[in-house]
Design a protein around this ligand. Structure first.
Ligand code: LLP
Length: 422
């Protein structure tokens, strides 16, 4: 399904060779395929069949305004985690009744803003937060739907920094206290306690943790019903993983090794959880981020210098951890391929950026086709949590972003300038 592939020896995003994009827009550059995003959204949305549902795009994965508008126009909802994201979502055209507000630490001004905008629901995470929402709702003479985020203590088997469903994580309400907190919330004025929210982590590559969470949720919804609390919607969160290795195969590329990511197709996840959740009679909401945009995005960078320190070979490129921090932060793996394949010679090397940090790398001891200065490299599967986590550290303006649709290219965020560093 991926829309980034070689045509002969030229890497293309849809119909456009990425080396042309690097020449025209400069590097570092984020390139996204519009049709990749749309295909993934439509396939996930379609996999619900007749089940009443809403796919809420997790804005944090990639908040480019044009990309947000694509989802809004498709009829998606939005999952936001701050007043800033709520503002971005509203501006992109998501109707308030398709927006949910999650997050472990919502400030009073953020709650007030969301109440004024009449969003669909808050996903609340503590009794303190419930009291605050209730108090502000009363002051504004309004009321709101509430889902309680319950922490099911299920291991998503992902990186520790992006695992959220364990009791040792800061997220959600401990499952053993769920009934008690539901009763407490039901007694607070201004709140209609209508939902349950779970989100156990990100980059989950197996179906089992999702199935276990669905069983947990279905059981709890039944228990709550017996206690007189009737829920109408389940927000099942996001977290579906994507394959970062061997994203592209070609006879001139080395086969990538390491832990194989046996992948969870989003439709497979739905096939396993829907029959379990359907027994509750609730509307089902999901909040995918990565699964919708990661594979659509590529970060292009130019090789500046080659350097050898004893046995180590380095390719120093013009992108850095400031443009894509995932390798530095989570030891994340991204396949890196040349924009133009011109050799069968493969060498192990480190691909590093110019920032003054040893942690500024994209790959270590990576077997790659031999590169030379001025070559363009493509860091694949960079559409989620790429630009979104970019910074200006070391006085580096953030990169430009372009969206490709067939043979058409649109600049969807200009490159920052020195003025933006002020
Ligand atoms: N819903 C909630 C409540 C979340 O916290 C998240 C992600 C999502 C949905 C979307 O999860 P996704 O479908 O994208 O896995 N920066 C990290 C990922 C952090 C995820 C944070 N929460 C990374 O680059 O891997």
């Amino acid at each position: 399904m991926t829309h980034t592939a070689y045509k002969d020896q030229d890497l293309c995003c849809e119909d456009v060779p990425v080396r042309e994009l690097a020449e025209e827009y400069g590097t570092p550059l984020y390139v996204y395929s519009k049709n990749d995003i749309l295909t993934r959204y439509r396939s996930l949305n379609g996999a619900f069949g007749e089940q009443p549902h809403l796919v809420c795009y997790a804005v944090k994965a990639n908040a480019n305004p044009t990309i947000l508008r694509l989802f809004a126009d498709e009829g998606a909802g939005a999952d936001v985690v701050s007043a800033g994201e709520l503002h971005q979502a509203l501006k992109a055209g998501f109707p308030p009744e398709r927006i949910v507000f999650a997050g472990v630490g919502k400030r009073e001004d953020e709650i007030e803003y969301a109440l004024q905008q009449k969003i669909f629901a808050f996903n609340a995470e503590s009794t303190g937060e419930l009291q605050t929402i209730s108090r502000i709702a009363l002051r504004l003479n309004t009321s709101t739907r509430i889902s309680l985020r319950i922490n099911p203590d299920i291991d998503a088997e992902s990186h520790p920094y992006i695992t959220t469903g364990l009791h040792s994580n800061k997220f959600g309400i401990e499952s053993s206290k769920a009934l008690e907190v539901y009763r407490f919330a039901a007694g607070l004025p201004g709140l209609q306690v209508t939902g349950i929210h779970t989100h156990i982590g990100s980059q989950i590559t197996k179906v089992e943790p999702f199935t276990a969470t669905a069983q947990f949720v279905a059981q709890l919804v039944g228990q709550l019903r017996d206690a007189g609390i009737h829920l109408s919607h389940i927000d099942f969160g996001g977290g579906i993983g994507v394959p970062y290795r061997n994203a592209i195969r070609h006879e001139m590329l080395p086969e990538e090794n390491g832990t194989a990511e046996s992948m969870t197709d989003p439709a497979d996840v739905l096939r396993s959880i829907l029959p379990i959740l359907q027994s509750t009679g609730c509307t089902i909401w999901v909040e995918p981020g990565r699964a919708l945009v990661a594979e659509a995005g590529t970060l292009l960078t130019r090789v500046l210098y080659l350097k050898e320190n004893r046995e180590k070979k380095f390719a120093i490129v013009d992108a850095a951890m400031t443009d894509l921090i995932r390798p530095s932060l989570y030891q994340a793996y991204h396949q890196i391929v040349p924009a133009v394949l011109d050799t069968y010679e493969h060498l192990p090397m480190d691909i590093v950026g110019p920032v003054c940090e040893t942690g500024d790398f994209f790959a270590r001891d990576r077997v790659m086709p031999k590169v030379k200065p001025n070559d363009i490299l493509a860091v694949l599967t960079a559409g989620a949590y790429g630009f979104a986590l970019a910074s200006q550290y070391n006085g580096r303006p953030r990169p430009a972003e372009v969206l490709v649709n067939g043979d058409r290219v649109r600049l969807i965020r200009p490159r920052e300038t020195f003025e933006d560093l002020a």
